[in-house]
Design a protein around this ligand. Sequence first.
Ligand SMILES: Cc1cc2nc3c(=O)[nH]c(=O)nc-3n(C[C@H](O)[C@H](O)[C@H](O)COP(=O)(O)O)c2cc1C
Length: 197
Amino acid sequence: MTDPKKLEQCLETIKDVRSVRSYLDKPIEKEVLRNIVDCARMAPTARNVQPWEFVVITDKDLLGKLSEYVPQGAFIKDAPAAIIVFCHKNTEYFLEDGSAATQNILVSARFHDLKSCWIAGYQGAYFEKDKVPMCEGIPCTPIPDLHKMQRLIRELFGMPRDLELISVVSLGYSDENPPADKRSVDEVMHWNRFEEK
Ligand SMILES: Cc1cc2nc3c(=O)[nH]c(=O)nc-3n(C[C@H](O)[C@H](O)[C@H](O)COP(=O)(O)O)c2cc1C
């Protein structure tokens, strides 16, 4: 039987995964980082191809360089660690597979009392159409020079050309607890049919 207290703690931890972009100057233990990657590699993948490679960065110089390459990730330079998710691009669902692994990184990091931020590394074909909105009223924000950024990061870490950058996750301990700004469960949930709430 599931211990109700444990269950509640787990669910609260999952719900407490927020994007945090400022970190304490406190290193993350190697074993913790290894455990996070261990959780990442357990994510589901189409046909179980597991097309991923994870690069864990704790070197300050590399974190600094990485932050220069990622337009919306200047804060990476002050993080004690980052994990980059790469996937082999000659697989069918590499973006979905890499995204599932990225989410496992965020969640397992939170269980280790770490805060994190998912930083975009890839944009799908939907961005090739000009000015297509992502969602009603919210315009697309294409990453400027996406291909250059991906190439620079691949080269910085000596990654083979057939590996596609999927995401960069910054990690660190932090006192920041930003509030969740989410649509309510009642708004997003439908029973059997769209109109049934
Ligand atoms: C695919 C994806 C790309 C993202 N890219 C960035 C990014 O480049 N820079 C950044 O600061 N946050 C990025 N985020 C974090 C979002 O801004 C954040 O998840 C969103 O504002 C909701 O906040 P929350 O995660 O605290 O609930 C990204 C999140 C996702 C899922």
